[in-house]
Design a protein around this ligand. Structure first.
Ligand code: PLP
Length: 464
Protein backbone atom coordinates (compact mmCIF):
# COMPACT_ATOMS: atom_id res chain seq x y z
CA UNK A 1 0.00 0.00 0.00
CA UNK A 2 1.28 3.45 -0.90
CA UNK A 3 2.36 5.93 1.76
CA UNK A 4 1.73 8.89 -0.51
CA UNK A 5 0.36 11.87 1.41
CA UNK A 6 -0.44 15.08 -0.44
CA UNK A 7 0.74 18.51 0.68
CA UNK A 8 -2.29 20.74 0.22
CA UNK A 9 -1.29 23.97 1.90
CA UNK A 10 0.01 25.67 -1.23
CA UNK A 11 -2.95 24.60 -3.39
CA UNK A 12 -5.78 27.16 -3.42
CA UNK A 13 -9.50 26.49 -3.81
CA UNK A 14 -11.88 23.97 -2.27
CA UNK A 15 -10.14 21.06 -0.49
CA UNK A 16 -11.64 18.34 -2.66
CA UNK A 17 -10.24 20.04 -5.78
CA UNK A 18 -6.89 20.48 -4.05
CA UNK A 19 -6.80 16.73 -3.39
CA UNK A 20 -7.56 15.99 -7.05
CA UNK A 21 -4.96 18.55 -8.15
CA UNK A 22 -2.33 16.99 -5.85
CA UNK A 23 -3.07 13.55 -7.31
CA UNK A 24 -2.56 14.89 -10.85
CA UNK A 25 0.70 16.57 -9.85
CA UNK A 26 1.99 13.46 -8.08
CA UNK A 27 1.24 11.27 -11.12
CA UNK A 28 2.89 13.77 -13.40
CA UNK A 29 5.97 13.97 -11.14
CA UNK A 30 6.17 10.16 -10.94
CA UNK A 31 5.57 10.15 -7.16
CA UNK A 32 2.48 8.08 -7.82
CA UNK A 33 3.15 5.29 -10.33
CA UNK A 34 0.62 3.64 -12.69
CA UNK A 35 -1.25 0.90 -10.87
CA UNK A 36 -0.40 2.31 -7.43
CA UNK A 37 -3.18 2.41 -4.88
CA UNK A 38 -4.20 5.72 -3.30
CA UNK A 39 -4.43 5.83 0.52
CA UNK A 40 -7.71 4.58 2.00
CA UNK A 41 -10.10 7.50 2.20
CA UNK A 42 -10.51 7.52 5.98
CA UNK A 43 -6.77 7.44 6.55
CA UNK A 44 -6.22 10.37 4.17
CA UNK A 45 -9.11 12.31 5.72
CA UNK A 46 -7.59 11.89 9.21
CA UNK A 47 -4.12 12.87 8.01
CA UNK A 48 -5.40 15.99 6.24
CA UNK A 49 -7.95 16.99 8.87
CA UNK A 50 -10.85 16.92 6.39
CA UNK A 51 -14.03 14.87 6.21
CA UNK A 52 -14.17 11.52 4.46
CA UNK A 53 -16.75 13.12 2.12
CA UNK A 54 -14.15 15.66 0.98
CA UNK A 55 -11.66 12.91 0.13
CA UNK A 56 -14.38 10.96 -1.68
CA UNK A 57 -15.17 14.03 -3.77
CA UNK A 58 -11.48 14.63 -4.45
CA UNK A 59 -10.98 11.04 -5.62
CA UNK A 60 -14.15 11.26 -7.74
CA UNK A 61 -12.81 14.41 -9.41
CA UNK A 62 -9.45 12.74 -10.07
CA UNK A 63 -11.35 9.86 -11.61
CA UNK A 64 -13.44 12.25 -13.69
CA UNK A 65 -10.18 13.81 -14.93
CA UNK A 66 -9.11 10.36 -16.08
CA UNK A 67 -6.15 9.96 -13.72
CA UNK A 68 -7.35 7.20 -11.40
CA UNK A 69 -9.88 4.41 -11.38
CA UNK A 70 -12.02 3.29 -8.43
CA UNK A 71 -12.52 -0.47 -7.98
CA UNK A 72 -15.49 -1.43 -5.85
CA UNK A 73 -14.39 -2.99 -2.56
CA UNK A 74 -10.71 -2.64 -3.43
CA UNK A 75 -9.75 1.03 -3.50
CA UNK A 76 -8.69 3.73 -5.95
CA UNK A 77 -5.73 3.13 -8.29
CA UNK A 78 -3.59 5.30 -10.57
CA UNK A 79 -4.54 4.58 -14.17
CA UNK A 80 -2.34 2.38 -16.32
CA UNK A 81 -0.20 3.11 -19.44
CA UNK A 82 -2.66 4.91 -21.78
CA UNK A 83 -2.57 7.82 -19.37
CA UNK A 84 1.16 7.53 -18.85
CA UNK A 85 1.68 8.26 -22.55
CA UNK A 86 -0.03 11.61 -22.14
CA UNK A 87 2.33 12.53 -19.30
CA UNK A 88 5.30 11.83 -21.53
CA UNK A 89 3.74 14.11 -24.11
CA UNK A 90 3.87 16.86 -21.49
CA UNK A 91 7.55 17.23 -22.36
CA UNK A 92 7.60 20.17 -24.70
CA UNK A 93 10.14 20.09 -27.55
CA UNK A 94 12.01 22.94 -25.87
CA UNK A 95 12.52 20.89 -22.68
CA UNK A 96 15.63 19.40 -24.23
CA UNK A 97 16.92 22.68 -25.53
CA UNK A 98 19.52 24.86 -23.80
CA UNK A 99 17.53 27.95 -24.76
CA UNK A 100 14.75 29.33 -22.55
CA UNK A 101 12.32 30.53 -25.19
CA UNK A 102 10.36 33.58 -24.02
CA UNK A 103 9.53 34.77 -27.52
CA UNK A 104 6.08 33.17 -27.86
CA UNK A 105 3.01 34.29 -25.98
CA UNK A 106 1.95 30.99 -24.40
CA UNK A 107 0.01 30.10 -21.27
CA UNK A 108 2.22 28.57 -18.55
CA UNK A 109 2.66 24.81 -18.98
CA UNK A 110 0.83 22.47 -16.60
CA UNK A 111 0.25 18.70 -16.88
CA UNK A 112 -3.48 19.34 -16.45
CA UNK A 113 -3.52 20.71 -20.00
CA UNK A 114 -2.47 17.40 -21.58
CA UNK A 115 -4.58 15.43 -19.12
CA UNK A 116 -7.72 17.44 -19.84
CA UNK A 117 -7.03 17.01 -23.57
CA UNK A 118 -6.64 13.26 -23.12
CA UNK A 119 -9.87 13.04 -21.19
CA UNK A 120 -11.74 15.13 -23.75
CA UNK A 121 -10.44 12.90 -26.56
CA UNK A 122 -11.62 9.79 -24.73
CA UNK A 123 -15.02 11.32 -24.09
CA UNK A 124 -15.41 12.27 -27.75
CA UNK A 125 -14.34 8.84 -28.96
CA UNK A 126 -17.15 7.20 -26.97
CA UNK A 127 -19.91 9.74 -27.58
CA UNK A 128 -22.27 8.53 -30.36
CA UNK A 129 -23.45 12.12 -31.00
CA UNK A 130 -19.89 13.45 -31.30
CA UNK A 131 -18.89 10.57 -33.57
CA UNK A 132 -21.88 11.25 -35.81
CA UNK A 133 -21.06 14.99 -35.96
CA UNK A 134 -17.40 14.18 -36.64
CA UNK A 135 -18.25 12.43 -39.91
CA UNK A 136 -20.87 14.95 -41.09
CA UNK A 137 -20.98 18.29 -42.84
CA UNK A 138 -22.43 20.91 -40.49
CA UNK A 139 -23.48 24.55 -40.75
CA UNK A 140 -20.51 26.77 -41.70
CA UNK A 141 -21.05 28.77 -38.51
CA UNK A 142 -20.84 25.65 -36.35
CA UNK A 143 -23.71 23.57 -34.96
CA UNK A 144 -26.26 25.30 -32.77
CA UNK A 145 -25.42 22.96 -29.87
CA UNK A 146 -21.72 23.80 -30.08
CA UNK A 147 -22.39 27.52 -30.26
CA UNK A 148 -24.77 27.31 -27.27
CA UNK A 149 -22.18 25.48 -25.21
CA UNK A 150 -19.41 27.89 -26.13
CA UNK A 151 -21.74 30.78 -25.29
CA UNK A 152 -22.26 29.37 -21.78
CA UNK A 153 -18.52 29.02 -21.34
CA UNK A 154 -17.90 32.58 -22.57
CA UNK A 155 -20.51 33.87 -20.09
CA UNK A 156 -18.62 32.07 -17.33
CA UNK A 157 -15.46 33.86 -18.48
CA UNK A 158 -17.29 37.19 -18.27
CA UNK A 159 -18.05 37.57 -21.98
CA UNK A 160 -21.83 37.84 -22.38
CA UNK A 161 -22.41 36.97 -26.03
CA UNK A 162 -25.41 35.73 -27.96
CA UNK A 163 -25.13 32.28 -29.53
CA UNK A 164 -26.96 33.40 -32.70
CA UNK A 165 -24.31 36.06 -33.33
CA UNK A 166 -21.36 33.65 -33.26
CA UNK A 167 -19.32 31.77 -35.83
CA UNK A 168 -16.85 29.10 -34.79
CA UNK A 169 -13.45 29.60 -36.43
CA UNK A 170 -10.15 27.74 -36.53
CA UNK A 171 -8.61 29.96 -33.84
CA UNK A 172 -8.41 33.71 -33.29
CA UNK A 173 -6.01 34.18 -36.20
CA UNK A 174 -8.54 32.65 -38.57
CA UNK A 175 -11.25 34.96 -37.20
CA UNK A 176 -9.09 38.03 -37.93
CA UNK A 177 -8.18 36.82 -41.38
CA UNK A 178 -11.79 35.88 -42.21
CA UNK A 179 -13.04 39.35 -41.24
CA UNK A 180 -10.36 41.19 -43.22
CA UNK A 181 -10.82 39.05 -46.32
CA UNK A 182 -14.61 39.15 -46.21
CA UNK A 183 -15.37 42.76 -45.28
CA UNK A 184 -12.53 44.70 -46.90
CA UNK A 185 -11.47 45.00 -50.51
CA UNK A 186 -7.80 44.96 -51.55
CA UNK A 187 -6.27 48.42 -51.22
CA UNK A 188 -8.66 49.55 -48.46
CA UNK A 189 -7.21 51.00 -45.27
CA UNK A 190 -7.01 49.30 -41.88
CA UNK A 191 -5.82 51.18 -38.78
CA UNK A 192 -4.30 49.68 -35.63
CA UNK A 193 -2.13 50.70 -32.71
CA UNK A 194 1.32 51.61 -34.11
CA UNK A 195 2.61 48.49 -32.36
CA UNK A 196 0.27 45.54 -32.60
CA UNK A 197 -0.13 41.76 -32.82
CA UNK A 198 1.99 40.55 -35.79
CA UNK A 199 -0.69 38.05 -36.87
CA UNK A 200 -3.04 40.96 -37.61
CA UNK A 201 -0.34 42.71 -39.63
CA UNK A 202 0.29 39.55 -41.58
CA UNK A 203 -3.46 38.94 -42.19
CA UNK A 204 -3.81 42.52 -43.49
CA UNK A 205 -0.88 41.97 -45.84
CA UNK A 206 -2.37 38.72 -47.12
CA UNK A 207 -5.66 40.54 -47.79
CA UNK A 208 -3.70 43.23 -49.72
CA UNK A 209 -4.84 45.98 -47.37
CA UNK A 210 -3.06 49.24 -46.64
CA UNK A 211 -2.23 49.70 -42.96
CA UNK A 212 -1.74 52.75 -40.84
CA UNK A 213 -0.35 52.72 -37.30
CA UNK A 214 -1.97 55.13 -34.82
CA UNK A 215 0.27 56.40 -32.01
CA UNK A 216 -0.65 55.40 -28.48
CA UNK A 217 0.36 56.14 -24.89
CA UNK A 218 -0.39 54.65 -21.48
CA UNK A 219 -4.14 55.29 -22.04
CA UNK A 220 -4.10 53.36 -25.31
CA UNK A 221 -4.66 54.52 -28.89
CA UNK A 222 -4.51 58.32 -29.21
CA UNK A 223 -7.96 59.55 -30.22
CA UNK A 224 -6.48 62.84 -31.47
CA UNK A 225 -4.19 60.93 -33.82
CA UNK A 226 -7.07 58.70 -34.92
CA UNK A 227 -9.31 61.70 -35.55
CA UNK A 228 -6.59 63.37 -37.62
CA UNK A 229 -6.22 60.15 -39.64
CA UNK A 230 -10.01 59.96 -40.16
CA UNK A 231 -10.03 63.55 -41.40
CA UNK A 232 -7.23 62.73 -43.91
CA UNK A 233 -8.48 59.28 -44.93
CA UNK A 234 -10.86 57.28 -42.73
CA UNK A 235 -9.85 53.62 -42.36
CA UNK A 236 -12.47 51.04 -43.34
CA UNK A 237 -11.70 49.03 -40.18
CA UNK A 238 -9.82 49.53 -36.92
CA UNK A 239 -8.16 46.46 -35.39
CA UNK A 240 -7.68 46.84 -31.65
CA UNK A 241 -6.83 44.82 -28.51
CA UNK A 242 -8.45 47.18 -25.99
CA UNK A 243 -7.69 45.30 -22.77
CA UNK A 244 -4.11 44.41 -23.41
CA UNK A 245 -2.07 45.63 -26.33
CA UNK A 246 0.27 42.97 -27.64
CA UNK A 247 3.22 43.65 -27.11
CA UNK A 248 3.03 46.56 -24.62
CA UNK A 249 0.16 45.46 -22.35
CA UNK A 250 -1.41 48.94 -22.60
CA UNK A 251 -5.16 49.08 -21.86
CA UNK A 252 -7.50 51.46 -23.70
CA UNK A 253 -9.08 53.82 -21.14
CA UNK A 254 -12.85 53.87 -20.72
CA UNK A 255 -13.12 57.45 -21.99
CA UNK A 256 -11.20 56.54 -25.14
CA UNK A 257 -13.42 53.50 -25.74
CA UNK A 258 -16.39 55.87 -25.93
CA UNK A 259 -14.46 58.28 -28.17
CA UNK A 260 -13.40 55.42 -30.43
CA UNK A 261 -17.00 54.29 -30.85
CA UNK A 262 -18.14 57.86 -31.56
CA UNK A 263 -15.45 58.24 -34.26
CA UNK A 264 -16.28 54.84 -35.74
CA UNK A 265 -19.94 55.87 -35.98
CA UNK A 266 -19.11 59.29 -37.44
CA UNK A 267 -16.90 57.82 -40.18
CA UNK A 268 -18.72 54.49 -40.55
CA UNK A 269 -15.77 52.30 -39.59
CA UNK A 270 -15.89 48.60 -38.60
CA UNK A 271 -14.23 47.75 -35.28
CA UNK A 272 -12.35 44.47 -34.95
CA UNK A 273 -11.89 43.84 -31.23
CA UNK A 274 -9.40 41.12 -30.28
CA UNK A 275 -9.72 39.59 -26.81
CA UNK A 276 -7.57 36.50 -27.41
CA UNK A 277 -4.95 37.54 -24.84
CA UNK A 278 -7.06 36.47 -21.86
CA UNK A 279 -7.35 38.57 -18.68
CA UNK A 280 -9.66 37.92 -15.69
CA UNK A 281 -12.91 39.83 -16.04
CA UNK A 282 -12.10 42.35 -13.27
CA UNK A 283 -9.06 43.46 -15.27
CA UNK A 284 -10.96 44.14 -18.47
CA UNK A 285 -12.70 47.33 -19.53
CA UNK A 286 -16.13 47.56 -21.08
CA UNK A 287 -16.04 45.62 -24.36
CA UNK A 288 -16.54 47.47 -27.62
CA UNK A 289 -19.07 44.84 -28.72
CA UNK A 290 -21.28 46.12 -25.91
CA UNK A 291 -20.69 49.79 -26.67
CA UNK A 292 -21.19 49.46 -30.43
CA UNK A 293 -22.74 46.06 -31.20
CA UNK A 294 -23.84 47.22 -34.66
CA UNK A 295 -20.24 47.68 -35.92
CA UNK A 296 -18.01 45.55 -33.69
CA UNK A 297 -16.60 42.17 -34.59
CA UNK A 298 -15.04 40.38 -31.63
CA UNK A 299 -12.52 37.55 -31.78
CA UNK A 300 -11.70 35.18 -28.95
CA UNK A 301 -10.15 31.72 -28.89
CA UNK A 302 -9.31 28.76 -26.72
CA UNK A 303 -5.57 29.37 -27.29
CA UNK A 304 -4.63 31.18 -24.07
CA UNK A 305 -7.24 29.54 -21.83
CA UNK A 306 -7.20 25.87 -22.93
CA UNK A 307 -4.57 25.23 -25.60
CA UNK A 308 -3.29 26.73 -28.85
CA UNK A 309 -3.25 23.36 -30.62
CA UNK A 310 -7.04 22.99 -30.51
CA UNK A 311 -7.43 25.75 -33.13
CA UNK A 312 -10.88 26.78 -31.97
CA UNK A 313 -11.95 30.41 -32.07
CA UNK A 314 -15.14 32.38 -31.68
CA UNK A 315 -16.10 35.29 -33.87
CA UNK A 316 -18.95 37.54 -32.80
CA UNK A 317 -20.43 39.71 -35.54
CA UNK A 318 -23.41 42.03 -36.02
CA UNK A 319 -26.42 40.26 -37.51
CA UNK A 320 -26.12 41.94 -40.89
CA UNK A 321 -22.66 40.43 -41.42
CA UNK A 322 -23.29 36.85 -40.33
CA UNK A 323 -24.32 35.44 -43.70
CA UNK A 324 -21.43 37.16 -45.50
CA UNK A 325 -18.92 35.79 -43.00
CA UNK A 326 -20.47 32.31 -43.15
CA UNK A 327 -20.14 32.42 -46.95
CA UNK A 328 -16.49 33.46 -46.56
CA UNK A 329 -15.82 30.65 -44.10
CA UNK A 330 -17.58 28.13 -46.34
CA UNK A 331 -15.45 29.28 -49.27
CA UNK A 332 -12.26 28.81 -47.25
CA UNK A 333 -12.82 25.48 -45.55
CA UNK A 334 -16.56 24.72 -45.50
CA UNK A 335 -16.53 24.59 -41.70
CA UNK A 336 -14.30 24.00 -38.68
CA UNK A 337 -13.75 20.25 -38.09
CA UNK A 338 -16.61 19.27 -35.70
CA UNK A 339 -14.20 16.84 -34.04
CA UNK A 340 -12.07 19.66 -32.65
CA UNK A 341 -15.09 21.66 -31.55
CA UNK A 342 -16.34 18.59 -29.69
CA UNK A 343 -12.94 18.13 -28.05
CA UNK A 344 -13.00 21.77 -26.91
CA UNK A 345 -16.60 21.43 -25.65
CA UNK A 346 -15.81 18.27 -23.67
CA UNK A 347 -12.72 19.94 -22.25
CA UNK A 348 -14.69 23.01 -21.17
CA UNK A 349 -17.18 20.75 -19.40
CA UNK A 350 -14.53 19.18 -17.19
CA UNK A 351 -13.87 20.64 -13.73
CA UNK A 352 -10.20 20.45 -14.74
CA UNK A 353 -10.79 23.36 -17.16
CA UNK A 354 -11.72 25.61 -14.26
CA UNK A 355 -8.90 24.31 -12.05
CA UNK A 356 -6.40 24.97 -14.82
CA UNK A 357 -7.61 28.51 -15.46
CA UNK A 358 -7.60 29.34 -11.74
CA UNK A 359 -4.07 27.99 -11.42
CA UNK A 360 -2.92 29.81 -14.55
CA UNK A 361 -4.35 33.15 -13.42
CA UNK A 362 -2.51 32.93 -10.10
CA UNK A 363 0.64 31.63 -11.75
CA UNK A 364 0.80 34.52 -14.21
CA UNK A 365 0.27 37.05 -11.41
CA UNK A 366 3.09 35.40 -9.41
CA UNK A 367 5.35 35.45 -12.48
CA UNK A 368 4.59 39.15 -13.08
CA UNK A 369 5.55 39.93 -9.47
CA UNK A 370 8.72 37.88 -9.80
CA UNK A 371 9.68 39.72 -13.01
CA UNK A 372 8.95 43.13 -11.47
CA UNK A 373 11.26 42.21 -8.55
CA UNK A 374 14.13 40.97 -10.68
CA UNK A 375 13.87 43.81 -13.20
CA UNK A 376 13.14 46.54 -10.64
CA UNK A 377 14.65 49.85 -11.70
CA UNK A 378 13.92 49.22 -15.39
CA UNK A 379 10.97 50.63 -17.30
CA UNK A 380 8.36 47.88 -17.64
CA UNK A 381 4.88 47.89 -19.08
CA UNK A 382 2.54 44.97 -18.36
CA UNK A 383 -0.82 43.87 -16.98
CA UNK A 384 -0.73 42.31 -13.51
CA UNK A 385 -2.21 39.04 -14.88
CA UNK A 386 -0.91 39.26 -18.44
CA UNK A 387 1.44 36.78 -20.04
CA UNK A 388 3.88 39.34 -21.47
CA UNK A 389 6.20 42.10 -20.28
CA UNK A 390 7.37 45.00 -22.38
CA UNK A 391 10.80 46.22 -21.31
CA UNK A 392 12.00 49.62 -22.52
CA UNK A 393 15.76 49.38 -22.82
CA UNK A 394 18.05 51.82 -20.98
CA UNK A 395 19.93 54.48 -22.94
CA UNK A 396 22.61 53.11 -25.23
CA UNK A 397 21.09 49.62 -25.40
CA UNK A 398 19.87 48.45 -28.83
CA UNK A 399 17.13 45.84 -29.03
CA UNK A 400 18.32 43.77 -31.99
CA UNK A 401 21.86 43.55 -30.65
CA UNK A 402 20.55 42.65 -27.18
CA UNK A 403 18.27 39.91 -28.59
CA UNK A 404 21.24 38.37 -30.39
CA UNK A 405 23.44 38.55 -27.29
CA UNK A 406 20.67 37.00 -25.18
CA UNK A 407 20.26 34.15 -27.62
CA UNK A 408 23.97 33.36 -27.23
CA UNK A 409 23.38 33.30 -23.46
CA UNK A 410 20.44 30.88 -23.84
CA UNK A 411 17.42 33.23 -23.67
CA UNK A 412 15.14 34.04 -26.60
CA UNK A 413 12.96 37.19 -26.60
CA UNK A 414 11.46 39.44 -29.33
CA UNK A 415 12.52 42.90 -30.38
CA UNK A 416 9.84 45.46 -31.31
CA UNK A 417 10.36 44.98 -35.05
CA UNK A 418 7.65 42.33 -35.79
CA UNK A 419 5.00 44.43 -34.01
CA UNK A 420 5.55 47.64 -36.02
CA UNK A 421 2.66 48.64 -38.27
CA UNK A 422 3.64 50.11 -41.64
CA UNK A 423 6.71 52.27 -41.32
CA UNK A 424 6.39 52.83 -37.56
CA UNK A 425 9.97 53.06 -36.23
CA UNK A 426 10.83 50.23 -33.83
CA UNK A 427 11.34 51.45 -30.25
CA UNK A 428 14.34 50.09 -28.35
CA UNK A 429 12.37 47.60 -26.29
CA UNK A 430 11.89 43.86 -25.98
CA UNK A 431 8.85 41.65 -25.32
CA UNK A 432 9.36 38.95 -22.70
CA UNK A 433 6.69 36.23 -22.65
CA UNK A 434 6.73 35.17 -19.03
CA UNK A 435 4.05 32.53 -19.54
CA UNK A 436 6.26 30.53 -21.89
CA UNK A 437 8.89 29.55 -19.29
CA UNK A 438 8.46 25.99 -18.09
CA UNK A 439 8.35 27.11 -14.44
CA UNK A 440 9.19 30.02 -12.17
CA UNK A 441 12.73 28.79 -11.66
CA UNK A 442 13.44 28.83 -15.42
CA UNK A 443 11.84 32.26 -15.61
CA UNK A 444 14.02 33.63 -12.76
CA UNK A 445 17.12 32.30 -14.42
CA UNK A 446 16.18 33.85 -17.80
CA UNK A 447 15.30 37.20 -16.21
CA UNK A 448 18.60 37.24 -14.30
CA UNK A 449 20.40 36.71 -17.63
CA UNK A 450 18.41 39.56 -19.20
CA UNK A 451 19.21 41.85 -16.30
CA UNK A 452 22.89 41.04 -16.49
CA UNK A 453 22.92 41.68 -20.26
CA UNK A 454 21.34 45.09 -19.72
CA UNK A 455 24.28 46.17 -17.62
CA UNK A 456 26.89 45.00 -20.13
CA UNK A 457 28.16 47.48 -22.71
CA UNK A 458 26.91 46.75 -26.24
CA UNK A 459 29.33 44.93 -28.46
CA UNK A 460 28.38 45.95 -31.99
CA UNK A 461 31.18 45.22 -34.45
CA UNK A 462 32.19 48.12 -36.69
CA UNK A 463 31.08 47.41 -40.23
CA UNK A 464 31.31 49.62 -43.28
C1 PLP B 1 -3.67 39.33 -29.77
C2 PLP B 1 -3.75 37.98 -30.39
N1 PLP B 1 -4.74 37.70 -31.24
C3 PLP B 1 -4.84 36.49 -31.85
C4 PLP B 1 -3.93 35.50 -31.59
C5 PLP B 1 -4.06 34.19 -32.30
O1 PLP B 1 -4.81 33.29 -31.57
P1 PLP B 1 -5.06 31.77 -32.07
O2 PLP B 1 -3.87 30.98 -31.64
O3 PLP B 1 -6.31 31.35 -31.44
O4 PLP B 1 -5.15 31.82 -33.56
C6 PLP B 1 -2.87 35.74 -30.70
C7 PLP B 1 -1.89 34.71 -30.44
O5 PLP B 1 -0.94 34.86 -29.71
C8 PLP B 1 -2.78 37.01 -30.09
O6 PLP B 1 -1.79 37.32 -29.25
Amino acid sequence: MTIWMPELESIPGPRYRAIAHAIGEAISAGTLAPGERLPPQRRLADALGVTVGTVTRGYAEAEHNGWVVARVGSGTYVKQPALRATFDMARLPSDDSDVIDLSLSLPPPHPLRQQAFSHALSAVSTSPAALMRGVSYLDARGSEGHRDLLTEWLAELGMPLVSDELLITQGGQHGISLVLNTLLRPGELMAADALTYPGAISAAQQAHLKMVGITFDEGGMSMDALEAQCARQPPRLIYITPDQNNPTGVCLSEARRHQLVALARRYDIWLLEDGVQYLPVEQRGIPLYQLAPERTLFVFSTAKVLAGGLRIGILRAPNVLLERLATGLRAQSWMVPPLMVDVACHWINQPAARTLLEWQTKELAARQTLAADILSGYQLSNRSHGSNIWLMLPDGCRALELCERLLHSGVKVSSAEPFCVGSTPAPQAIRICIGAAKDQQALSSALATIKQSLTQPPNTPVTV
